[in-house]
Design a protein around this ligand. Structure first.
Ligand code: HEC
Ligand code: HEC
Ligand code: HEC
Length: 121
């Protein structure tokens, strides 16, 4: 099953980028820009490590009862929600969806967590 899902992901990435004029032969994910401010850590670091940070924050909250943390999922969404859909995961260019579609990673987070900011800025 896993190899099939991976293959489908590759095929989808090919379809999504098929119409684009590219300078590189390797297609890149289209990622919408943040609303502003500075990320909770260096973006290059975040690109590699956000999954670990989010999981640690979740474990601290659920087991330790810690409600305020630098890596709260809500804060990510406040900055990274799309200006057009107001969501991080409503379309394939929306922030949390963009790379994951490209990399064929499927998240279940937004079945429970809201993908939209609490307050519309
Ligand atoms: C079955 C429902 C469910 C799913 C699926 C789920 N969560 Fe949660 N999560 C919760 C609940 C309930 C809490 C506790 C909420 C609170 O105390 O604020 C929580 C808390 C968190 C927190 C700490 C509080 C915060 O807002 O930062 C983080 C981070 C988090 N989850 C990340 C994730 C990520 C990342 C995923 C996907 C990989 C995920 N969760 C999937 C239910 C879920
Ligand atoms: C105060 C606003 C703000 C908050 C809060 C924030 N970010 Fe960011 N983030 C940014 C900015 C600005 C960038 C630089 C790229 C851009 O402009 O979109 C960035 C970059 C990133 C990148 C790299 C994207 C790329 O193009 O390679 C990742 C991954 C990321 N953030 C994840 C997160 C996660 C996960 C959280 C929550 C734990 C979070 N961010 C919280 C503003 C924020
Ligand atoms: C710059 C690209 C990029 C962006 C933007 C991005 N991710 Fe990821 N994410 C990845 C990649 C690539 C993986 C798979 C890493 C691996 O397999 O080790 C991943 C994996 C994850 C995982 C672990 C999934 C699992 O099943 O273990 C979580 C949780 C996650 N991302 C949450 C988020 C959230 C929430 C956002 C939006 C705030 C986000 N990501 C934005 C690239 C990105």
């Amino acid at each position: 099953m896993a190899p099939l899902v991976f293959l489908l992901g590759l095929l989808m990435a090919g379809v999504v980028h098929a119409g684009e004029a590219t300078t590189s032969r390797v297609s890149q994910p289209v990622i919408e820009a943040a609303r502003g401010g500075a990320c909770v850590a260096d973006p290059a670091f975040m690109r590699r490590n956000h999954m670990t940070l989010l999981k640690h924050q979740r474990d601290d909250t659920l087991r330790g009862g810690m409600r305020t943390g630098a890596y709260s999922l809500k804060t990510c969404i406040d900055c990274h929600a799309s200006k057009t859909t107001n969501s991080v995961a409503a379309s394939d260019t929306n922030f949390c969806q963009s790379c994951h579609t490209y990399a064929a990673v499927k998240l279940d987070c937004f079945e429970c967590h809201s993908n939209k900011p609490q307050v519309k800025p």
